[in-house]
Design a protein around this ligand. Sequence first.
Ligand code: OAD
Length: 310
Amino acid sequence: RRTLEQYKTIDDAAMLLKKSQNIIVITGAGISTSLGIPDFRSKNTGFYSRLRELGYQEPEEVFDIHLFDQDPTIFYRLAGNILPDLEKWSPTHEFIRLLQDKGKLLTNYTQNIDNVEAHAGIRKEKLIQCHGSWATATCRKCKYKIPGEELFPAIKAQTPAECEKCIIALAEQNPGLKRKRVSNGKKKRRNAGEFDSDSDEAYDIPQPGIMKPDITFFGEALPKEFFHRLENEDRKKVDLVIVMGTSMKVAPVSEIPNFFPKDVPHIYINRDPVNHINFDITLLGDCDTIVAELARRAGWELKHRMLPEE
Ligand code: OAD
């Protein structure tokens, strides 16, 4: 996208905040790092960087749907590191809430799956969770859904959770099926890499599906409402775009800035700069500090216990 030459400074950004009525906020993991939740790609601290240190060459594969179906143990072994267990929110979430309270928030497109927006009071109709969330989980085989929290014990135990409904259905369909001894006497694999440990016998029955949280994995479609809202509603209304705490490396969210009319100003607030997208105003640094300063210059009060007292 071409930049709009008339906007450059933090005061321009504050002025745009004051005059805009339909602001789209695009967020990523960087707005939750001050809460202790790691982002993905920051050097040393990001979740993927840590996985690389553990020897995973392609850490994004943790969220690859084809690999999950082949071997869910990788996800279950590692996902405990990013389980949401917080009821707090950051000053940046508070800032988005302030935009909502002032009637200026059109939509917050979040890539985050931590659901912290809900704790900050951002209303459901103002929020698109582009990459899904932990709120629910679905069986890969029969599509049975459960509340996401029911999966947390399995994730903490690092053991793939089998679908209860499949287990019951299989037992009903196959009442006579018993464990069979495998003819050559060798143990037969049940799941990839997993042997029946207590005997030489093996399961020779159809397997239940594995539960997967409704996080959008690589290879899966984004929620329908993402495209619908963007194309049919927000594109026509938006008058300011603020992108915060995201490296904008993952499509289609990274494509959103190219999708809006050319005269809509775009502001980028992030610790590290990006080169692949043109923003009108780039404010580099800690997002909690920057939004507090922006609010101050706009003449608004941003109250949050993580911000220093004035
Ligand atoms: P990234 O880790 O790629 O980017 C986070 C950005 O936030 C980095 O550019 C950091 O510099 C910046 N950052 C971190 N802390 C900050 C702070 N306190 N203030 C300002 N900036 C800060 O995370 P995302 O862009 O969100 O997918 O990643 C997008 C998607 O990739 C995620 O949704 C995830 C991952 O695969 C799924 O979870 C399915």
